[in-house]
Write a protein that binds this ligand. Structure first.
Ligand code: ZN
Length: 302
C-alpha cells in the first residue's frame, strides 16, 4: 500500500510519533493503515445540552466561528460576481445555513447519512453526492473534513473537476507539524483517533495540492476556531479526561452525568484562567514559527 497523500511506495514509510500512525518521509504526512473509521453515532450531530449555561455558551461560540469562516470566504470571493460555493464534508450544514442567510449561493456535500437527514429537516441544500452547479464552482471549502478521508488524493483530484477555471480550494485542518502535536501526541486535541485518518503537515498539504493540479496561494496559521480552541483543549487533556471540555461546550459525544459535566466545566474554566498567560505566550511563539495546531490553506486550480 502506497502513501495515501503522495503515492510514495513502502521504502520510505516509517512509524509516526503518533500511536498507530505511519509517516511518509517523502511528503512528511502521517496516515493510518486501518479499516475505515466507524460512522458517527446517529445522535452525534443532534445532541442538545440540557444545561442552559452550556447551551448558550455553545451558541455564542458557534456564531463567532461561523462569522469568521464567512469573512474568510467573502474575502476570497470579493471580485467574483454571482459566485457559487461548495462546502465539502459539511456535516449537518451549519456553515451552509449561515452563508445562505448572508445571500451566498452555496451547496453542501456530506457522506454521513444522519447529517444529511438533519440538513434536509432544516431544508438545507446538503446532499450525499456532489451537485454540480451550472458552470461549476468558484470555491470549494473543507472545514475540518479532508483529514477524515482515507483517500484525500482522490478527493482533491475530483474537486479539481468541480471547480471553474481559476477556481479555489480552501482547506482548514490540523497541523501535525505543530509544537502542540509533537508535545501532546495522542493527548493532542486534533489527534482524534480513529476519525482523523490523515495528519497533514504544511509540506504534505502543499505536496498533495501541487501534485494534483493546484497552485498554493497562502497558508494561515492563525485561524482561532481550530488553533486557539485546539490549544485550550490540548492543555486541558493533561488535567481532565480527554476532550471532556470540548464535548461539553459542543454537546458532542457526551455521556457524562450532569454533576460530572458541571465539575469539568468549572475546573476547566478555573485552570484556563490560571494558565491563560502561559497559553497565550505559547500560542504567540507558535504563531511566529508557523507551528500552531492548525492551518488554513488557499490553493488555486492551475
Ligand atoms: Zn507521502
Amino acid at each position: 500500500m502506497n502513501c495515501p497523500i503522495c503515492d510514495n511506495n513502502d521504502s520510505r514509510i516509517v512509524r509516526s510519533f503518533f500511536p498507530r500512525f505511519y509517516y511518509c518521509l517523502n511528503c512528511e504526512g502521517h496516515f493510518l493503515r486501518e479499516d475505515s473509521a466507524p460512522e458517527y453515532a446517529e445522535d452525534y450531530y443532534e445532541l442538545e445540552s440540557r444545561n442552559l449555561l452550556s447551551k448558550s455558551i455553545t451558541r455564542a461560540i458557534r456564531a463567532f466561528f461561523l462569522r469568521a469562516r464567512f469573512k474568510k470566504v467573502k474575502s476570497i470571493l470579493k471580485n467574483i460576481p454571482n459566485s457559487v460555493v461548495l462546502d465539502y464534508g459539511c456535516g449537518p450544514g451549519n456553515f451552509v445555513k449561515y452563508a445562505l442567510k448572508k445571500n451566498l449561493k452555496i451547496f453542501g456535500y456530506e457522506s454521513s447519512k444522519s447529517a444529511v437527514r438533519l440538513a434536509k429537516e432544516n431544508s438545507l441544500p446538503v446532499y450525499d453526492s456532489v451537485v454540480i452547479a451550472q458552470g461549476k464552482y468558484d470555491l470549494i471549502t473543507f472545514w475540518g473534513s479532508l483529514e477524515h478521508a482515507d483517500n484525500p488524493k482522490d478527493i482533491v483530484i475530483k474537486c479539481r473537476n468541480y471547480l471553474k477555471e481559476g477556481g479555489k480550494l480552501l482547506i482548514a485542518l490540523q497541523n501535525a507539524d505543530s509544537f502542540e502535536a509533537r508535545l501532546a501526541k495522542e493527548k493532542w486535541f486534533h489527534y482524534d483517533y480513529p476519525f482523523h485518518r490523515i495528519q497533514f503537515t504544511p509540506t504534505a498539504l502543499k505536496k498533495i495540492l501541487e501534485q494534483n493540479g493546484y497552485e498554493v496561494s497562502s497558508f494561515d496559521f492563525f485561524f482561532p476556531e481550530y488553533t486557539v480552541s485546539g490549544l485550550i483543549q490540548t492543555f486541558l487533556n493533561f488535567l481532565f479526561p480527554k476532550n471532556a471540555f470540548y464535548y461539553v461546550v459542543s454537546n458532542r459525544r457526551l455521556s457524562a452525568s450532569s454533576a460530572k459535566t458541571i465539575f469539568i466545566n468549572l475546573f476547566s474554566l478555573l485552570s484556563l484562567l490560571v494558565f491563560s498567560p502561559i497559553l497565550l505566550l505559547f500560542f504567540l511563539v507558535a504563531l511566529v514559527f508557523k507551528k500552531t495546531g492548525a492551518m488554513v490553506v488557499l490553493a488555486k486550480k492551475a
